[in-house]
Design a protein around this ligand. Structure first.
Ligand SMILES: [Zn+2]
Length: 60
């Protein structure tokens, strides 16, 4: 499983393959692979350093 981040809304989700549309905003966005590949985050879940801050959190 890979963790993906929607480039449009910043939604983080786990899936085997990239979906056609974002489960959150419903747009056909670009998805970034934000899976953890370093020991710091334990090789599971997403890497907070790659995933960064969710855009919707910085909007308000
Ligand atoms: Zn989205």
């Amino acid at each position: 499983m890979v963790w993906w981040k929607c480039s449009n809304c910043g939604y983080l989700f786990e899936a085997d393959t990239v979906p056609e549309k974002c489960p959150n905003c419903g747009e056909a966005c670009t998805f970034y692979d934000v899976s953890c590949y370093t020991p710091e985050c334990g090789f599971k879940g997403f890497d907070p350093k790659i995933a960064g801050k969710r855009p919707e959190e910085s909007k308000f």
